[in-house]
Write a protein that binds this ligand. Structure first.
Ligand code: DGL
Length: 267
């Protein structure tokens, strides 16, 4: 039965585990298979062609594993290779963090001025602005590449003075434009929510991991693909490399222990 098949979730590395965490909470019956390209992360500074090539390999792998739906957990992949994924995967539901985040941001903003923080490749692709403006052309979108936040989160410096100063620096131009909503346009940034709330308490934060989990739940319900089995869910995690401290970092993103990790080289 296709309802019992897993949801395929993928990312450039461990960051997408924030989306897996939200999916586990929102859809506790679903089986999940995750692929993180830890051997080739970060994607956020790579070119479009390279990201499309890597994405093709990941999607091939997940399709071989008979997934019933795909969730693009990586903002950078969604920004430049979302179309490729949709071409490859045909009719199954395909969700991505940018579509979900854009919709949530529009539902949140009152003054129609939205800030987006993301990797350089995501910001340069203009994907968030396109997704938001396709639904409401009058909304202003101010984007700020914030690449230093990725290694700071991986280092676990979630409430550190260096991170605070870095956040202040990145937010300065956005706050000057009077935004009322901030999209966390990178897998790593949801972990910085407590610090961001302290630094900019008046901003509404849009966490793409929870909005993507909600969009996935709706898409599965609409296509009658929700898993109605009462067996405990099966979670499988594949990565292309198991770097030092992988377990610690991964568990921080996932919010629980990370079991059944297998290594799978692609390409
Ligand atoms: N997963 C990426 C994203 O959401 C961040 C890490 C990377 O640059 O690969 O954009």
């Amino acid at each position: 039965m296709s309802k019992n098949k897993p949801i395929g979730v993928f990312d450039s590395g461990v960051g997408g585990l924030t989306v897996v965490r939200a999916l586990m909470e929102r859809l506790p019956n679903e089986n999940i298979i995750y692929f993180g390209d830890t051997a080739r992360v970060p994607y956020g500074v790579k070119s479009r062609n390279t990201i499309i090539e890597y994405t093709t390999q990941i999607v091939d792998f997940l399709l071989q594993n008979e997934v019933k739906a795909l969730v693009i957990a990586c903002n950078t992949i969604a920004a430049v290779a979302g179309q490729k994924v949709r071409q490859m995967a045909g009719n199954m539901p395909i969700l991505d963090v940018i579509a979900a985040g854009a919709q949530a941001a529009l539902a949140t903003t009152k003054n129609h001025s939205i800030g987006v923080i993301a990797t350089s490749t995501t910001v340069n692709s203009n994907a968030y602005a396109r997704a938001i403006n396709s639904q409401n052309p009058k909304t202003r979108i101010l984007s700020q590449a914030s690449p230093l936040l990725v290694p700071l989160v991986e280092e676990g410096w979630l409430d550190h003075e260096v991170t605070r100063l870095t956040v202040q620096e990145y937010l300065k131009p956005l706050l000057a434009e009077n935004i009322d909503t901030l999209v966390l346009g990178c897998t790593h940034y949801p972990l910085l929510k407590p610090l961001l709330k302290k630094e900019a308490p008046h901003l509404q934060l849009v966490d793409s991991s929870t909005t993507t989990a909600e969009a996935t739940a709706q898409a599965l319900a609409n296509t009658h693909l929700l898993n109605d089995s009462h067996l405990p869910p099966d979670y499988r995690f594949y990565v292309s490399d198991i770097p030092l401290r992988f377990q610690t970092i991964g568990e921080r993103f996932l919010g629980r222990s990370l079991e059944q990790i297998e290594m799978m080289r692609l390409g």
